[in-house]
Design a protein around this ligand. Structure first.
Ligand SMILES: Nc1nc2c(ncn2[C@@H]2O[C@H](COP(=O)(O)OP(=O)(O)OP(=O)(O)O)[C@@H](O)[C@H]2O)c(=O)[nH]1
Length: 379
């Protein structure tokens, strides 16, 4: 049965003692079937069972999932109807998931507000991401969500790996290269989580990461390493060289083995998360502040320059046409009555809901009188 966060999280900030540490956000990313949802469910159970219990605040960002084995506090499916989005935009499943995520991202400020309201009462915020990894890792929405949350709270990426499916050296290397690309894209503290250790212990992976010669030895004995003349194949040579490159990458990583089925290794995972908080504060935060300061400076300069130009034009215009200048005054009666009429698409915090979840179908947000749904085309 799914664990419920509602009771604990619904207690709200006022009932919890103020704490000095901000909650840490764990973004779970992984290939389809790696076990992200099961991992989130187990982590949720583990945190509930802690002494004292520490129920996390959970966000499900997968609009297409039919069942999640935990009760999220915010669920993208409460806000966006992925099936309707597919129909209205005439999209396939992946396009539908991506567009649903884009729509949700337009309201991510509301999500952040809700998360920040809980900052005093929770220690962990957990994000479960869409099954198709690239929809989150290579989309603008994924980057916006990651940056927004990482600017507000210490954040770590938990990259979930299907250990039994990664024992072949070539698969292992592909998985590591993918992890490497995410690390360099997000620049966030990163934990490699070897999941399903109940089926396949992850010692081999740690050995390969600690000593590239071990990996090269495994590669040499694997079928396909040599061609018909006994020479190393192109792929084999390439992977040998790549293992040297990745050696540097492994130094920036923490790796833990867990079993989401049995709960093994979750204390180690939480220890790695705590270590990542320090890393975030030491490495990521100063960079983030520097980048933000730089961005604000550029924006301020551009704004000042535009403003100066507008004021100059306005002065010339008014000089030439004094009657027009008089007529061009602000009239409070003319205020646009619809100005506040935005926010049809609202984020629901399930833990605040008293009755059954209020379902908001965003595809109705722009419905016209004729009941024809008229979505704007993306872009
Ligand atoms: N034996 C074992 N099976 C696991 C473990 N974690 C997950 N599984 C199984 O792996 C399968 C996929 O798990 P999910 O949690 O649905 O994986 P996911 O990454 O969320 O999958 P998507 O929904 O495609 O993103 C399920 O059958 C799980 O029961 C584990 O630690 N051990």
């Amino acid at each position: 049965m799914a664990e419920t966060n509602n009771d604990a999280a619904a207690a709200g900030p006022s009932s919890a003692p103020a704490k000095d540490k901000k909650p840490i956000t764990i973004i779970t990313i992984g290939m389809a079937g790696a076990g992200k949802s099961t991992f989130v469910q187990r982590l949720n159970a583990h945190l509930h069972a802690k002494e004292p219990p520490s129920p996390p605040y959970i966000l499900n960002l997968d609009p297409a999932v039919t069942y999640v084995p935990y009760e999220p506090n915010i669920d993208i499916r409460d806000t966006v109807n992925y099936q309707e989005v597919m129909k209205q935009y005439n999209l396939g499943p992946n396009g539908g998931i991506l567009t649903a995520l884009n729509l949700f991202t337009t309201k991510f400020d509301q999500v952040l507000d809700l998360v920040e309201q809980r900052a005093e009462s929770v220690d962990y915020v957990i994000l479960d991401t869409p099954g198709q990894i690239e929809i989150f890792t290579w989309s603008a929405s994924g980057a916006i969500i990651t940056d927004a949350i990482a600017s507000s709270l210490p954040t770590v990426v938990a990259y979930i790996i299907d250990t039994p499916r990664t024992t072949a050296p070539a698969t292992f290397m592909s998985n590591m290269l993918y992890a490497c690309s995410i690390l360099y894209k997000t620049k966030l503290p990163f934990i490699l989580v070897f999941n399903k250790t109940d089926v396949q212990p992850h010692d081999f992976a740690i050995e390969w990461m600690d000593d590239f010669e071990e990996f090269q030895a495994a590669l040499a004995t694997h079928s396909g390493a040599t061609d018909s003349e006994g020479e190393p194949t192109y792929m084999n040579s390439l992977m040998n060289s790549m293992s040297l490159v990745l050696d540097e990458f492994y130094k920036n990583l923490k790796a833990v083995g867990v079993s989401s089925a049995t709960g093994d290794g979750f204390d180690d995972f939480l220890e790695a998360v705590e270590g990542s908080r320090e890393e975030y504060e030491r490495d990521y935060l100063p960079e983030l502040l520097k980048a933000r300061e730089q961005r604000e400076k550029v924006l301020r300069e551009a704004k000042d320059e535009t403003m100066a130009r507008v004021m100059k034009d306005l002065a010339i215009d008014r000089e030439k046409n004094p009657a027009g200048a008089l007529a061009d005054r602000w009239d409070p009666d003319d205020e646009d009555e619809d100005a506040d009429d935005e926010g049809e698409l609202n984020i629901i915090d399930r833990s605040e809901e008293k009755g059954p979840h209020e379902y908001i179908d965003v595809t109705r947000a722009r419905r016209h009188g004729a009941e024809d749904i008229n979505w704007p085309r993306p872009g």
